[in-house]
Write a protein that binds this ligand. Structure first.
Ligand code: HEC
Length: 154
């Protein structure tokens, strides 16, 4: 093997070892609040997605499973916020500085989101598909509104 190639391969191996296999900075905080809240947010997406498909008529509406999904989202909806501890603004977070600079406003965004999710859970307990659609849209808007202000661009 040419020397240069060997050198660049070992450099690559070092880089991978330093950053973890995802090519990302590892979470070295003993309590790992960043990793924990990101795991909850991924769960948000997984839980909301099938309801989004129903709201856009891409999946048939089935009352029982829809209600289960809405209740699962409601349970999750309170979980990320206590994980935004004052000492948790460190890489690899994608939260931006406003989370810590404007905690009052950030809290309002959380409350608006939880209200939207509560309304979705109530709509899901009935069978008014129009109300359900509107509620899903409002939850999605609420996710986006918070990201637009408090999450870094990728
Ligand atoms: C009140 C603000 C807020 C709301 C509401 C919110 N998010 Fe987020 N979300 C954030 C912040 C801040 C981050 C960045 C977290 C970090 O990297 O530390 C984030 C990160 C994420 C991520 C990336 C996770 C990762 O692996 O890096 C996903 C996916 C996500 N949110 C989905 C959602 C979905 C879906 C909803 C609505 C059901 C939602 N979020 C509602 C603030 C919010």
């Amino acid at each position: 093997m040419p020397k240069l190639l060997i050198a660049s391969l070992s450099l690559l191996a070092t880089t991978v070892a330093l950053t973890g296999c995802g090519g990302e900075v590892p979470d070295t905080h003993p309590d790992q609040p960043v990793s924990k809240r990101r795991a909850v947010f991924k769960e948000f997406t997984r839980t909301l997605e099938p309801m989004g498909l129903v709201a856009r008529d891409r999946q048939p509406y089935q009352a029982a499973s829809f209600l289960e999904q809405a209740q699962a989202l409601k349970k999750l909806s309170a979980q990320p916020w206590p994980l935004f501890t004052t000492d948790s603004n460190y890489p690899p977070t994608k939260a931006n500085a406003k989370v810590w600079q404007q905690p009052g406003e950030f809290k309002v965004a959380q409350e608006q989101f939880q209200q939207a999710v509560d309304e979705l859970a109530q709509a899901a307990a009935g069978s008014d598909l129009e109300r359900i659609r509107t509620s899903v849209n409002n939850v999605q808007k609420s996710c986006k509104a918070c990201h637009d202000t408090y999450r870094k661009d990728r």
